[in-house]
Design a binder for this molecule. Structure first.
Ligand code: GLU
Length: 297
């Protein structure tokens, strides 16, 4: 598919895009420092985007805390801050476009049904997506138009999935450019394998979007030239490239940085009780100490 290319010579623009569903921890601070460092190195700027599409988990107090924590770290973003929750109507327009192209289909399955139909017993790696979730077994893929209408009329909650095979037929093989490290600036090309994700959810049941759809639309709308984020999102870039190609969006250059881990080599997470930046600040650690500690560990 033809993709629009940037015609104006734009200055590099990066973004730091936390989700306000808890307090920031060291992993976020690292990501923000790397983004800031890379923006300076490229002679560009960075924006702050609050990824608050999950209306159940996002809280205003966490947004305030993100702003305070970043200020404490002496990090300065270009204003204004974009809140994804203000963008639902645009996400819906893009999803409608994909529906008109017959690339999305409604799926009425519950999480439990997917687990069962995917065959919990088999549980082989080939049945899982790169995040370890069961690949969608295609239960609702070939529902008759009558059945679909019946369920939609009966208000059975539906999520909308991408026909990955059809989509890949339209896009052809995809790749993306990635910086090898924030120091060398050497660029490498990575070939995408979106099929490993199966028919991903593009619109969730609770909201008319998903992380994948929102992130590609906002990166394009904000003219992001370089997406710097953690390695945990490297595989998801394959989905992002498919959506960019289908929707005719420009493709940024990517950089996926290392993740800060706990002593057991596990990714830091609010859910696992990793210390938040405010805990560390209250414990008397200075922002400089923290920067030196995590950038040069
Ligand atoms: N909101 C995502 C997170 O907090 C980051 C998304 C991205 O950088 O693409 O993990």
């Amino acid at each position: 598919m033809k993709q629009s290319s940037r015609t104006k010579a734009t200055k590099p623009i990066l973004r730091f895009a936390p989700s306000p569903n808890g307090f920031l921890h060291l992993g976020h601070a690292y990501s923000a420092f790397v983004t800031d460092k890379l923006a300076k190195k490229l002679g560009g700027t960075w924006l702050l985007r609050i990824e608050d599409i999950d209306q159940n988990r996002s809280k205003p107090e966490f947004i305030q805390a993100i702003l305070q924590d970043l200020k404490w770290l002496d990090l300065n973003w270009t204003k204004p801050v974009l809140l994804q929750s203000t963008r639902f109507e645009y996400y819906e327009i893009a999803a409608d476009r994909l529906k008109k192209m017959k690339l999305l289909y409604p799926c009425f399955c519950t999480r439990k049904q997917i687990q069962e139909n995917a065959g919990i017993k088999k549980n082989a790696d080939s049945d899982k997506d790169p995040d370890g979730a069961p690949l969608y077994p295609g239960t609702c893929k070939n529902l008759s138009p009558d059945k679909i209408e019946q369920r939609l009329n009966a208000k059975v909650p539906a999520q909308y999935r991408l026909h990955m095979d059809k989509a890949m037929g339209l896009t052809g093989p995809l790749s993306f450019k990635q910086l090898q490290s924030e120091n060398s600036m050497a660029i490498t090309t990575i070939n995408c394998q979106p099929e490993r994700w199966g028919d991903v959810v593009i619109q969730r049941k609770d909201i008319p979007t998903s992380y994948h759809l929102s992130v590609v639309l906002d990166d394009a709308m904000q003219n992001i030239t370089h997406v710097a984020r953690g390695k945990d999102l490297l595989a998801a870039t394959d989905i992002h490239r498919v959506l960019q190609s289908l929707l005719g969006l420009p493709q940024p250059i990517y950089f996926h940085h290392e993740l800060i881990t706990d002593p057991q080599q596990q990714k830091l997470a609010k859910s696992k009780g990793s210390a938040s930046l405010r805990d560390l600040r209250l414990a008397g650690i200075s922002a400089d100490e923290l920067r030196n500690d995590i950038l040069f560990r």
